[in-house]
Design a protein around this ligand. Structure first.
Ligand code: TRP
Length: 331
């Protein structure tokens, strides 16, 4: 059984794009692997969130993941800072990492460009902490998107370096868990190709949106006056409505509107009404579970406590082994 580790950024409410991207695959992975899923609160400190926001976001992310089907009976679900052993591993690894190689990381260079006033050391050290997250459980696989591939490559470099320096094969070299065709890219309601909270909150359908909110957002989605000739290619915004429909509606529904489009008879008002109803139905079980979990702090605390215990058990072993390999041991 493979060990899988993944960090979840506590960015707040999850939307349909998140669900059809990583989240749905996490839920599959937990059945076949030993999974450690944690909320990366230490990492998020690089952007200096307000304490109250950070706290709320951790809670919201946890609730959304659990509601969507992440199962504490199957996976260890924890908050990164509940397992501070990761800090020690990060420190120990950092002694074998060169400042130059961290300065060359694309995500770091990007941050330097985008936030020149806040180039903190945590940002530079980000890939080391991430490597520590992964190596802490001696992971085989890490589900990462394109933007995280370089970080995973560095994790392998650091692991290999550690092994080389200490003449061991202790750390496995973790590889990307590839979802391939199972990643469905969900477009925004604003005509853009990607549903993204940082680009435009109003273009997102959150898993916790009430039916009425979904209806309003979908009715306002960008469309146009409709095709003037049969069988024309669709403009991006229209293509987006069909992509969303493909994700949540019955095949016959999709086919019906495809035909209407091709015959220039489409009425986007009708299509949007249907789409809103189908999105609502699709996320209804998740939405209802979110509402339940929001008033069940006892349960949430139990989940995190248990997850942290499981993660600490694996982490404690790693730290003990690593210390010993480095030469930190009782006299
Ligand atoms: N850097 C990841 C992101 O931005 C989050 C993360 C932190 C992570 N530690 C991790 C992902 C370890 C996978 C494994 O999405």
């Amino acid at each position: 059984m493979d060990i899988v580790v993944s960090g979840i950024r506590p960015t707040g409410l999850l939307h349909l794009g998140n669900y059809f991207g990583a989240l749905r695959n996490f839920i599959k992975m937990q059945n076949e692997n030993r999974c450690y899923f944690f909320i990366a609160d230490y990492h998020s400190l690089t952007t200096h969130p307000k304490a109250e926001h950070l706290h709320q976001n951790i809670r919201n992310v946890l609730i959304d993941y659990l509601a969507a089907g992440l199962d504490p009976e199957k996976a260890a679900i924890y908050v990164q800072s509940d397992v501070p052993q990761v800090c020690e591993l990060s420190l120990l690894l950092s002694m074998q990492v060169y400042v130059g190689e961290l300065q060359r990381v694309s995500s770091f260079k990007e941050k330097v460009r985008r936030q020149p006033d806040n180039v903190n050391a945590g940002l530079l050290n980000y890939p080391v902490l991430m490597a520590a997250d992964i190596l802490l459980h001696r992971a085989d696989k890490v589900p990462v998107g394109k933007d995280q591939e370089q970080h995973l490559e560095l994790t392998r470099d650091f692991a290999q370096r550690f092994n080389h320096i200490h003449g061991t094969d202790y750390f496995k070299l973790p590889v990307a868990y590839n979802f391939g065709s199972e990643l469905v890219k969900i477009p925004g309601l604003d005509g853009t190709t990607k549903m993204s909270k940082s680009d435009n909150e109003n273009s997102c359908i959150f898993l916790s949106d009430a039916p009425e909110v979904i209806r309003k957002k979908v009715m306002k989605a960008v469309s146009d006056a409709g095709p003037t000739e049969p069988n024309q290619p669709k403009p991006q915004a229209i293509e987006n409505l069909f992509t969303l429909m493909k994700a949540v509606s019955a095949p016959e529904t999709l086919q019906f509107f495809e035909e209407q489009y091709n015959q220039c008879q489409i009425r986007y008002g009708d299509m949007k009404k249907q789409l809103a109803a189908d999105i609502t139905a699709y996320i209804a079980p998740i939405y209802e579970r979110i509402l339940e979990l929001r008033s069940d702090d006892d349960y949430l605390r139990k989940v995190l406590q248990r997850g942290a215990e499981q993660a600490r058990e694996s982490a404690t072993q790693t730290i003990q082994d690593v210390r010993e390999l480095i030469g930190i041991k009782p006299l």
